[in-house]
Design a protein around this ligand. Structure first.
Ligand SMILES: [Zn+2]
Length: 463
């Protein structure tokens, strides 16, 4: 048999060990893993001598804004950015316009994304309380990757778009859902057995405190912003979410955890045996409020980046397994939008392309091990979301592979990003260790930072 692809003599990263081997790929699947030389040649041969072979990295939290605010980003650009950054699968967030709130919109979205996908993709469904409670079962049956609830956000009454910085006097707005309605969503999603992911910030507290602080025109510093959106806001919602998950059996997943307090509650619930998981993002791991003076408004995200002490606790939680994955929360805005008043500029920045380089660099800095990297970016997300043919280099698995040069040095530069908008707080960061090839379904889509080939990613669903 002639193989499609041979990745020769790389160092394969498995759960607890490294071993030298060659991987033979046929029809998008891993067919053979061996240290022997097979007589049958392959159409394409990659010499991976000295490089590390990871099961393709997965970014579970991406906002490509497609369809919707495509002047900021679209799927054609975000998936090239993903491939350039060593990511083979992304999960697209559902707060598009229209949102992914029913099966018709999901099916349109699959078609829309398929034609532009340089990497594989899963799609989240959005929970909108009573507005789509009855759609959740059919969304589950149609292959969504999980359910996302933007807890505490108001939605536009016609378009169902999220309303940021909600205030009761806003027009055409459905206010944040009541606790009763939230509880009902937990119950419904629990029936599907899929992940229920929450944005955890208490809206009442934020509204009240933000109003109090921002009324003073002189209060515009980062610490003022944090006074309006404090650690307590995250803690309160995480506690409420854990309590509702305990009652309903929902598989609660806490998105982008940013506080030490949040981690403590999640760790405690896990100790009690509840299926509660969490993620965090590079901005919470590599930035803190103390960096604001140097970096400025580019680092505004929701939930906001907190303090050094929170950052330390997040690293502990990565190492001890409390956090099961790291993702980017890629959420681009244009440069113009990110300049100006800290209160009014939008939250979010690019991330899908810098996620893997930053985390490889963390291995070289001995913040985490190479096995932690594999767990947090490949196996962890694949297992949590039921992608059985991903997250591991094994016979029969999808040939989604990221090849890493642990010694290659690079500098993250905004202008070099593949996204449409290029704002990142990591501009100028020095990196040691880079993804050098991204292989999606047996096809090489990135080589030394360059995108090659055509969009050929496919829609992934949980098993
Ligand atoms: Zn997000």
């Amino acid at each position: 048999m002639k193989f499609d692809l041979l990745i020769k003599n790389g160092i394969i990263v498995s759960e607890k060990s490294l071993y030298k081997g060659s991987i033979y790929v046929k029809d998008g699947k891993i067919e053979v893993i061996t240290s022997a030389e097979l007589s049958d040649e392959a159409i394409e041969i990659v010499n991976a001598e000295g490089k590390y072979i990871f099961p393709g990295f997965i970014d579970t939290h991406v906002h490509s804004r497609d369809p919707g605010a495509t002047y900021k980003e679209d799927f054609y650009h975000s998936t090239q950015a993903a491939a350039a950054g060593g990511v083979t699968t992304i999960f697209e967030m559902p707060n598009t316009n229209p949102p992914i709130n029913n099966v018709a919109n999901l099916q349109r979205q699959i078609k829309n994304l398929e034609s532009k996908a340089f990497v594989n993709f899963g799609i989240w469904a959005i929970c909108l309380g009573k507005l789509n409670l009855e759609e959740l079962t059919s969304l589950h049956q149609s292959g969504v990757i999980g359910f996302k609830f933007f807890w505490g956000y108001a939605v536009h009454s016609q378009t169902f778009q999220l309303m940021y910085n909600y205030h009761p006097e806003m027009k055409d707005v459905i206010p944040p859902f009541s606790d009763g309605e939230v509880f009902e969503m937990f119950q419904e999603v629990a029936k599907t057995g899929q992940v229920f992911a929450i944005h955890a910030e208490n809206s009442d507290l934020i509204q009240y405190l933000t109003q109090k602080v921002s009324v003073d025109p002189n209060r515009k510093t980062y610490l003022d912003l944090l006074e309006g959106r404090p650690n307590l806001a995250e803690e309160l919602t995480i506690q409420a979410g854990i309590s509702m998950a305990k009652k309903t059996g929902a598989r609660l997943h806490v998105l982008h955890v940013s506080t030490a307090e949040g981690i403590q509650h999640i760790r405690q619930a896990q100790k009690e045996g509840y299926p509660i998981t969490a993620e965090t993002c590079p901005h919470y791991l590599f930035l803190s409020a103390e960096d604001y003076e140097e970096i400025g408004p580019k680092m505004k995200v929701y939930p906001p980046v907190k303090f050094k002490k929170d950052q330390e606790e997040l690293w502990n939680a990565l190492r001890d397994g409390t956090i099961s994955l790291v993702c980017s929360d890629h959420a681009p805005h244009t440069e113009e939008e990110k300049e100006g008043d800290l209160w009014s500029i939008p939250a979010g920045m690019c991330g899908v392309e810098s996620l893997v380089p930053l985390m490889i660099n963390a291995v070289n800095e001995e913040k985490i091990s190479i096995f932690d990297l594999r767990r947090l970016l490949s196996e962890g997300p694949a297992k949590l979301f039921g992608l059985e043919s991903k997250g591991e280099i094994k016979i029969g698995a999808d040939a989604d592979i990221t090849i890493v040069d642990m010694d290659k040095k690079s500098i993250i530069k905004s202008q070099n990003l593949h996204s449409k908008s290029k704002v990142t707080a990591f501009d100028g960061f020095n990196i040691k260790g880079m993804p050098v090839q991204t292989i999606v379904g047996g096809k090489i889509v990135m080589k030394n930072g360059e995108i090659i080939g055509k969009p050929s990613g496919s829609f992934v669903t949980p098993n």
